[in-house]
Design a protein around this ligand. Structure first.
Ligand SMILES: [Fe+2]
Length: 201
């Protein structure tokens, strides 16, 4: 493709520098272009997060639960930049608890995030610093603004992959440790064929 040109008649044609292009496969959660990082999270890597340990042990630890693609247009940690990524979270359950992401706080509690859902059905769990947890329904075309001080985790409560895009500060950082140690104060489980949020502490 030819780069765009400056067409002012009183100036010589000048090539406009074209930044590295990223192309999105919006509804399927694809990003192509330079510096796209992709990682998968297996069930085994989520050990200790699901309530039903017996059911967990009976399942394949190599089973992929979710996959994340991030456009690394700025180095993580760079102040003032934005990161852009997508998560594809598979359907399924451990016992009666729906597959979910690990969940995290941002290391910098002032850094917020957007989640925009394009496919599937989910519940976004948010938890504040006092461990008050609540759920927000995710489905195609919902947009969630997550305040910087709220931990966030997503459960897939549907039968298809849940796909959501995210935009967050490159200097937000990740605090997984707090969730690893204390979890959320609620779980998303199936009761009578429907998703339900169960508060357990
Ligand atoms: Fe986040």
């Amino acid at each position: 493709m030819m780069p765009p040109r400056n067409d002012r008649s009183n100036a010589p044609a000048v090539s406009v520098p074209t930044p590295a292009q990223l192309l999105l496969d919006w509804t399927r959660g694809g990003i192509s272009g330079p510096d796209v990082r992709e990682s998968a999270k297996t069930l085994g890597e989520l050990q200790g997060l699901f309530g039903d340990e017996q059911s967990f042990k009976a399942m394949d630890p190599m089973r992929e639960i979710y996959r994340v693609r991030v456009a690394s247009n700025v180095p993580a940690g760079e102040e003032g930049g934005l990161l852009w990524g997508v998560t594809v979270l598979q359907p399924g359950k451990v016992g009666d608890e729906f597959f979910m992401t690990h969940g995290h706080f941002h290391a910098d509690r002032t850094r917020a995030e957007f989640y925009a859902t394009v496919a599937g059905e989910g519940i976004l769990l948010r938890m504040d610093g006092e461990r008050r947890t609540w759920g927000e329904a995710m489905s195609a075309n919902t947009l969630h603004y997550i305040r910087g001080e709220h931990a966030h985790r997503v459960a897939n409560v549907g039968s298809e992959p849940l796909i959501f895009w995210a935009c967050w500060g490159s200097d937000a950082g990740y605090d997984y440790k707090t969730i690893r140690q204390s979890g959320f104060s609620a779980r998303v489980v199936e009761r009578d064929g429907a998703p339900r949020i169960i508060f357990h502490e």
